[in-house]
Design a protein around this ligand. Structure first.
Ligand code: NAD
Length: 479
């Protein structure tokens, strides 16, 4: 794979439909959130191109399904190699459309390549369920057909390939639709796919937030792998019902961090800060409500406020050296997070951050807010930005009850010296993942997913692969 990716300029991004890199029916602006200027024009698919993409995926399905799994895995490994070897070209595009610092963009590309390789090592063997004198029963796992992958704007590349790799390994074909504010790196990954996979196996289209419904209701789409907000997830589920499409819904979260009374405040505070502020807080699994035991509350909060004040100097354009916190990704999210801060100011106390950024860019300084009731919007809604509410608790029962008091159930963290006590807390939390004394450890072999209104189905792991299959049982009489 030696093709050079085109530099990011007008007209240099193309859709991938049926193996061809094509212009959109029209185009739209992609805004750099650090400058609020137009970074590039993005091709925009219309309904006809969406239908062409689905038709191409449908046409490619029989041959791809018949391709041995080992060959499908080989091509996926080639994609992982290509993402790595093009990282120097892809990372600045990701930074300029998403806002994350260059280091974060490189990290995202490395994780994406690692996730692809993780899936490429997996297998879907037949399983013999019964084998005796009279009967042999075999369970097979078969692909579903055309998969639609719909992704959000916080980790565009990871979200794309974490759907694409298991879908393709299992023998499905795919149509990818990234978020309209971050479509460009996904289109570039599409260009890499064009060099590797047979025509139609991978299709990548971009929209102006108007084609999701057509994709999720398309009669030739068998499965939707969706990551995004709970509100949109509900629409996806309703739209998919007409043809009973299979669904994986990775939705919103409002993860609790529970800090027990035996922690060392100096040691735990930087980890908590990272858990809340990584990717400028725009992580589904970010710590979004920080419950701290009253015995260590003052000391931990003082540390957090100090770290947040220091971190204000590390906020900026992700292309600049030393920047660790980029802008919030788009204006709508920026206004939402600012609104939550203003609302929280009325009931609580801003201990750090919270100041308006002067000049261009959707920048929000890492903000710590204390003294809020659990009913405050910043506590009960998903902020998805660099703002952490710190909340005091007296007993473990109280902390668990308040943590579980949410429509969401994606992840949680527990922080303690005594691992056994932490484990007791973890065992009572209603979430898909609980980390103890760590955060965001997501190896490709380990599934993650939400409970309650954080969605259903999992990504990653063998189970994440099996989400892209259906079972067929062969039950034969021997005598
Ligand atoms: P969003 O729901 O606004 O958009 C997600 C995607 O859905 C975009 O591609 C969008 O164009 C598309 N879309 C919009 N309307 C649609 C419709 N009617 N039918 C089908 N698709 C439609 O989400 P976002 O703002 O891009 O992302 C932020 C949200 O994603 C947060 O809530 C975050 O927690 C969640 N998220 C969850 C996970 C997870 O793994 N659970 C991971 C990352 C982000």
């Amino acid at each position: 794979m030696n093709a050079q990716l085109q530099p990011a300029q007008d007209g240099n991004f193309r859709l991938l439909i049926g193996g061809k890199l094509v212009a959109g029916a029209s185009s739209f602006d992609v805004i750099n959130p650090a400058t609020e200027e137009v970074y590039a024009r993005c091709p925009r698919a219309d309904l006809q191109q969406l239908n062409q993409a689905v038709a191409a995926a449908k046409a490619a399905f029989p041959a791809w399904k018949a391709t041995p799994l080992a060959e499908r895995a080989r091509l996926l490994n080639k994609l992982a190699d290509a993402i790595e070897s093009h990282a120097a070209e892809l990372a600045p595009i990701l930074t300029q459309e998403q806002g994350k610092p260059l280091g974060g963009a490189h990290f995202e590309l490395a994780v994406a390549a690692g996730n692809i390789r993780g899936f490429a090592q997996m297998d879907l063997p037949e399983v013999v369920l019964q084998d005796d004198a009279t009967t042999r029963i075999i369970r097979q796992r078969l692909p579903l057909g055309v998969v639609a992958a719909i992704t959000p704007w916080n980790f565009p590349v990871i979200m794309m390939v974490t759907k694409l790799a298991p879908a393709l390994l299992a023998g499905n074909t795919i149509v990818v639709k990234p978020a309209p504010t971050t479509p460009l790196t996904s289109l570039k990954v599409g260009e890499l796919c064009a060099e590797i996979f047979p025509p139609g196996v991978v299709n990548v289209i971009a929209d102006a937030n108007d084609l999701g419904g057509a994709l999720t209701s398309h009669p030739d789409v068998a499965k939707i792998a969706f990551t995004g907000s709970t509100a949109t997830g509900r629409k996806v589920m309703a739209s998919a019902s007409a043809t009973l499409k299979r669904l994986t819904l990775e939705l919103g979260g409002n993860d609790a961090a529970i800090v027990l009374d035996d922690v060392d405040p100096k040691e735990v505070a930087p980890k908590l800060f990272f858990a809340a502020m990584v990717n400028s807080g725009q992580v589904c699994l970010a710590a979004k409500r920080i419950f701290i035991h009253e015995k260590v509350y003052d000391a931990v909060v003082a540390e957090l406020a100090q770290i947040a004040e220091g971190a204000a100097n590390l906020v900026g354009n992700g292309l600049n050296e030393g920047v660790q916190f980029g802008p919030v990704q788009n204006r709508m999210q920026f206004e939402k997070v600012r609104g939550l801060i203003e609302d929280a100011r009325k009931q609580g106390k801003v201990l750090a951050g919270g100041k308006e950024h002067q000049g261009k860019g959707f920048f929000i300084y890492p903000t710590v807010i204390a003294g809020l009731p659990d009913s405050a919007r910043l506590v009960c809604e998903e902020q998805f930005g660099p703002v952490m509410p710190v909340l005091k608790f007296s007993t473990i029962d109280e902390a668990i009850e308040r943590a579980n008091n949410s429509e969401y159930g994606l992840g949680a963290t527990v922080w303690a010296r005594d691992i056994n006590r932490a484990l007791e807390v973890a065992n009572r939390l209603e979430t898909g993942t609980v980390w103890i004394n760590k955060h965001l450890d997501l190896p490709p072999s380990v599934p993650y997913g939400g409970v309650k209104q954080s969605g259903f189905g999992v990504e990653l792991g063998q189970q994440g692969l099996e989400e892209f299959t259906q079972i067929r049982v062969i039950n034969m009489a021997k005598a």
